[in-house]
Structures are given as structure tokens and as C-alpha cells.
Write a protein that binds this ligand. Structure first.
Ligand SMILES: O=P(O)(O)OC[C@H]1O[C@@H](O)[C@H](O)[C@@H](O)[C@@H]1O
Length: 296
């Protein structure tokens, strides 16, 4: 898939990073270090590729659209300032998962040390965001890319009154096969979004059917075995973890989800989903994020 992106370099940014464009003139930051690689789209502030020691950890749909016409299917979409369908507090019928994933972000800084590359992207309120969500904000995405990946999404209230947000770093992991996926640390309590029920998970997680669950009492460290890698996901200020796989029929219903792709992906999302969300006072900030690393 990465080869299919057909990126053309525009300018070097640091020793191991460059700015590139694709055939539809979308901009990407490409990190190409001997030990780790990443590709970050400015559209959506969307990380679409991350690998270390040669193995890609994120899944990207082979049918993903990368022309800025719709959210990119795969990688780490940023759901913000709400998760899922728009809640009543912002008005029903607005875009699913908010608008951060469909806005053009700005590169605010990039640097590297011997171990890692640091990238800062930012997004501020504008006419399009104000039309959907009438608040002044500054959103900052900080990435530390190395043998571990840390992503931190910081929400700053630059207006005069408090606002409430929810959201997710909606990570799509590359897996070997559904039966290979094992997840620990989810806790037993979840909301099954397919049945609108609150069952209790008594045994360990098994991926053998469509799954769309919000785990509301997860550990701060999730252990994920994708069959390709044993990973640890350390969540920062997430109140929940969302696990999603649309399965065969669900994937077939999505034009940008390649038909076989559901067999080699699992979303494990670091999320804020509580109905009350997080209230951010004027001049204050709140961060949501994760560190992803290989299990020792
Ligand atoms: O198709 P979208 O908007 O990217 O959403 C994908 C999925 O994202 C998950 O986070 C939700 O729990 C699912 O309900 C949803 O289907």
C-alpha cells in the first residue's frame, strides 16, 4: 500500500524526514529512519503508516481515499471534538467522529534526536469548524516517533466560555488473522454498540464476529497480540477503549474498506466516550493520547 501512495518528495525537513505530495496534491510528512518509518498526512493530522524494525504496525485500507475528499480509512484517525454520531450537546446529524479528521492541519515543528523524531501539528478554529461547533480552540498533535510511538492530542480552550469534548485516537492495527488477535486489559464492562447492550465479558476477548464495543473500565495498559507483533498500548487520560472490526458484510458496505481487509485489522482506540465528555475551561487544556511499544 505504501508504494501505491506514489509520493513525490518536495523538500527535506530534517536528516530523516521530508515533505512529500501525492498525485492529488495532498501533503505528507515522511519519516524514513533506518530503525523506524512513518507517514503522516496533513489532511486530518492523520498518521497512515508506522513501522519499526521493518514491520508495519498500522493497517491502511487498500481502497482508502487519499485525496482529501473523505476521512482516510486506516492508520490513526483523530476523532474530535466528539466520538461517534454527534451528541445532543452539539446537535444531531453532524459528521460522525467530528471534524478534526477532515480538516487540513499545519506543521508547527519537526526535529529529531538520536532516538526519535518529534512532529507537532496544529489546528485552530476556523469558519468550517465554527459552523459545526461554535468554540474557539487550539488543537495540537504531538508525535514522538522512534522504536516506540507516542501520540498526544492536546485540546486548548482559547475562547471565553467552557466547552465539552470527547474523541478518540482511532488506531487501526495490522493483524495476521482474526483468530490470532488477543487483547488483555480491556476490563469486563462494555457497551455493545451493535446490540445497545451492556453485557459482561467473562472470558478473554475473542474476535470471531463483528465487534463494536466501548470498554468503559479498561486498564491503562492494554496488551495486544496481533499475530504479527506483541504490543503494549499505554493510554493517557482515556476513559475507555473502543474495539472495532466490521467483519465481512460491514466491510463490504464501505466503499473505502477493501473487501478482504477486515481479516487483517483490528481497531483498538484510546478514547473519551463518557456522555458528559471532558469540560475544558477558558485558557485550560486537556490531553488524550497513547504510547505504543513492543512487549518486552
Ligand atoms: O466509518 P467511520 O466513521 O470511520 O467509523 C468507523 C467505526 O468507528 C468506531 O470507533 C465506532 O465504534 C464504529 O461504530 C464505527 O463504525
Amino acid at each position: 500500500m505504501i508504494e501505491q501512495l506514489k509520493l513525490t518528495a518536495l523538500q527535506p525537513l530534517t536528516t530523516h524526514t521530508k515533505l512529500a505530495r501525492n498525485e492529488t496534491d495532498q501533503r505528507f510528512i515522511v519519516v524514513d529512519h533506518p530503525d523506524y518509518q512513518a507517514i503522516l498526512a496533513l489532511y486530518g493530522g492523520h498518521l497512515i503508516h508506522y513501522s519499526n524494525h521493518g514491520s508495519p504496525l498500522l493497517w491502511l485500507s487498500q481502497s482508502a481515499l487519499l485525496d482529501g475528499s473523505r476521512p482516510i480509512r486506516g492508520g490513526v484517525p483523530l476523532c474530535w471534538p466528539w466520538f461517534g454520531p454527534s451528541p445532543e450537546r452539539v446537535g444531531l446529524g453532524k459528521p460522525q467522529h467530528g471534524f478534526a479528521r477532515t480538516q487540513l492541519w499545519t506543521l508547527d515543528g519537526i526535529s529529531e534526536t538520536a532516538e526519535s523524531t518529534f512532529v507537532h501539528l496544529c489546528l485552530s478554529d476556523n469558519a468550517a469548524s465554527q459552523a459545526l461547533w461554535p468554540h474557539a480552540f487550539e488543537l495540537e498533535l504531538t508525535l514522538e516517533i522512534g522504536s516506540e510511538l507516542t501520540m498526544l492530542l492536546t485540546t486548548r480552550n482559547t475562547g471565553a466560555s467552557p466547552f465539552v469534548y470527547s474523541g478518540a485516537l482511532h488506531t487501526y492495527f495490522q493483524s495476521q488473522a482474526p483468530e490470532a488477535v488477543q487483547i488483555q486489559g480491556l476490563g469486563n464492562t462494555y457497551l455493545d454498540q451493535l446490540q445497545q447492550k451492556r453485557p459482561t465479558q467473562e472470558a478473554s476477548f475473542v474476535l470471531d464476529k463483528p465487534v463494536d464495543r466501548i470498554y468503559t473500565e479498561p486498564d491503562s495498559r492494554i496488551e495486544l497480540d496481533t499475530g504479527l507483533a506483541r504490543l503494549q498500548l499505554l493510554n493517557h487520560q482515556a476513559d475507555s477503549v473502543v474495539v472495532w472490526n466490521p467483519w465481512q458484510a460491514g466491510a463490504a458496505a464501505m466503499a473505502d474498506f477493501d473487501d478482504q481487509g477486515w481479516q487483517t485489522m483490528i481497531c483498538v482506540e484510546s478514547a473519551i466516550t463518557a456522555p458528559d465528555g471532558i469540560q475544558v475551561e477558558p485558557d485550560e487544556e486537556h490531553s488524550l493520547g497513547f504510547t505504543l511499544r513492543r512487549a518486552p
